[in-house]
Design a protein around this ligand. Structure first.
Ligand code: BYC
Length: 330
């Protein structure tokens, strides 16, 4: 009886302490202070950030596949060099992001294993195929354009390591967006066949790109808490609208038609788009998109084939550590 009473009072004390810490934490967030890895944070903040940052990292890594598919088929040496550099940048982004996620206490191995097991998500957009060279232009223009729209506000995210990683990522994404748009300009100023190829790519990518921003606000599970914690600065729908408004004039400049006959500009200047097919989004997230199986199979194969690199790096690190310990003991 006595022990139970003692435990209850211990439990009450801990709850009061946790509530005080949570209030202090929220006050820091409200004052736009950055949260750093060794700071106290609510378990749910750690969990949602680990989820978002690792999903983001997986997206960068899986995102190398649709474009990597065109490195050997780029139409000129200049295009090949630019595409190669872009794909390498995506790999770098994945690595910074895994490093940022690891500061929250989950190892890179665990994060990668969750993706390979199909338990962790990556962006829906990378489950669509790249059928022509115009798809490479469209990915740079629209997919990187959407990524920038989503990621610029993440440079002000409350979690320091994520925010800092995003600064460099966004600079590189801007270069990617420009190279994609330039491919589109070249195709649209080229032959009728090239222009048709550009239009066809826009027709196939437009709706999946709008889905990149996530479910509509009323269906977003994490939106409210992530906004309260200043992980997200804008909602999914707000960013989607900003993207549409920025992209319509670019499509007009290219002389391309957005595949949404119902789209119209309202009195505030915003382009209102037709309803998105959220059933398609759900299917892609459930693993039933056009390329989900291929993407996971390609990542699993690459992971298995890279095992010797990880083993060699570990063996080298261990050898170096024991040499340093021996030197310190001398
Ligand atoms: N695809 O509550 P919600 C790139 C999931 S890569 C798949 O609104 P949140 C690039 C969501 O995870 C672009 N899943 O979530 C690379 C959640 O499921 P869980 C990647 C999606 O987190 C190479 C559920 O749906 N960018 O830049 O508040 C070449 C409910 O959603 C998607 C990032 O990852 C989706 N599209 O908002 C070129 C940016 N949308 O976790 C470019 C960072 C939603 O409960 N991430 N889900 O199982 C974010 O900003 C946010 O996580 C999201 C979603 C806006 C994506």
């Amino acid at each position: 009886m006595y022990t139970q009473a003692l435990n209850t009072s211990d439990g009450d004390d801990r709850a009061v302490e946790d509530a005080a810490r949570a209030a202090e934490f929220q006050a820091r967030i409200d004052q736009d202070e950055r949260i750093e890895p060794n700071d106290w944070m609510p378990a749910a903040y750690r969990k949602t950030l680990t989820r978002q940052i690792s999903q983001h990292a997986h997206s960068e890594i899986v995102g190398m596949l649709p474009e990597g598919n065109w490195i050997t088929r780029a139409p000129s040496l200049r295009r090949k060099a630019a595409l190669l550099a872009k794909v390498q940048d995506e790999c770098g982004h994945g690595l910074y992001l895994y490093a940022a996620a690891e500061t929250l206490g989950t190892s890179r191995e665990e994060l990668v294993d969750a993706m390979l097991a199909g338990k962790a998500k990556y962006s829906s957009i990378f489950n669509y195929p790249t059928l022509t060279w115009a798809d490479i232009g469209t990915i740079g223009w629209l997919v990187d354009g959407a990524a920038i729209m989503n990621q610029i506000p993440l440079c002000r995210c409350s979690y320091g390591p994520y925010a800092r990683a995003m600064i460099r990522v966004c600079k590189e994404e801007s270069f990617h967006q420009r190279q994609g748009f330039e491919i589109m300009v070249t195709l649209c100023r080229g032959t009728a066949e090239q222009k048709a190829m550009a239009q066809n790519a826009l027709d196939r990518w437009w709706w999946p790109v709008l889905m990149m921003f996530g479910p509509p606000d009323q269906a977003s599970q994490h939106g409210d808490t992530s906004t309260r914690w200043k992980i997200k600065r804008f909602s999914n729908d707000e960013l989607r609208q900003k993207f549409v408004d920025a992209t319509v004039p670019q499509a007009q400049f290219l002389g391309l038609t957005i595949p949404d006959p119902g789209m119209k500009q309202n009195e505030n200047g915003n382009w209102e788009y037709s309803p998105i097919d959220w059933e398609e989004f759900k299917q892609v997230l459930a693993g039933n998109g056009p390329c989900n199986r291929d993407r996971l199979a390609a990542r699993r194969k690459a992971h298995e084939e890279g095992a010797w690199v990880r083993e060699a790096a570990m063996a080298y690190a261990e050898k170096r550590k024991s040499r340093q310990l021996a030197q310190a003991a001398e």
